[in-house]
Write a protein that binds this ligand. Sequence first.
Ligand SMILES: C[S@@+](CC[C@H](N)C(=O)[O-])C[C@H]1O[C@@H](n2cnc3c(N)ncnc32)[C@H](O)[C@@H]1O
Length: 234
Amino acid sequence: MIDKSLVKRRFKKSLAKYEENAVIQKIMAEKLIKILPSGEYNSILEIGCATGLLTRILKKNIKFNHYNAIDIVAEAKDYIKQIIPNAEFIEGDIEEITINNKYDLIISNACLQWCNNPEKVIEKLKKSLNKGGIIAITLFGEENLKELKEYFKLESPVLFKPNNVIFHDEEKIKIYFNSPLDILKHLKQTGANALKNYKLTRTMLSDFEKYHKKHYNEGEKVYITYNPEYLILN
Ligand SMILES: C[S@@+](CC[C@H](N)C(=O)[O-])C[C@H]1O[C@@H](n2cnc3c(N)ncnc32)[C@H](O)[C@@H]1O
């Protein structure tokens, strides 16, 4: 079970530094906008908007009239209002809240893997689409952070195979760092380590450093692999 209060705490804390570190989320957001089948949607709902990384790219490239955004972290509202002043912000957990309106595009970047039951969320979102509307999402696949999974006993992302998929793609992207400790800092600042509430001792850290350097190095650098997935559904 995903601990939602931990997810909320970690993301709230990481908001200020999120975009400095959200290298992979930026790549995903740009590709998600590129694969949208149209450049124009009357009404849009974004889920898990955070600091508006996707929102900004969307605003530059897509025409729309109404924009609503949801995040479990209340502070995301200020960021979204700066980008789209007339956007409506809804604070809440997408698994719990009722969606009252209907939309032409429901979009979400790197968020739905934080849900306990993404399939159920997708079913709820489908009911909130106008005729001809689409859902466009990215999330992380099975091989995400595979170099860390074994060592830290990370839970695998919740995998799901939704119906009505009109587009699917996935990538494996290596990101390089100077040291294994830089990897941990990077994950902390994107809120991505929320699955486990680790208290790492010095001995554990130095053990992890040795292990990661030995197994996952290229030249002077060490790396982790991200496995983004892109889905468009109707
Ligand atoms: C990795 S960030 C992605 C942010 C943004 N979409 C982007 O493109 O950079 C995930 C965001 O989803 C939010 N989030 C996580 N679980 C959520 C849930 N169940 N309901 C609503 N928002 C959630 C977090 O608070 C965080 O702001």
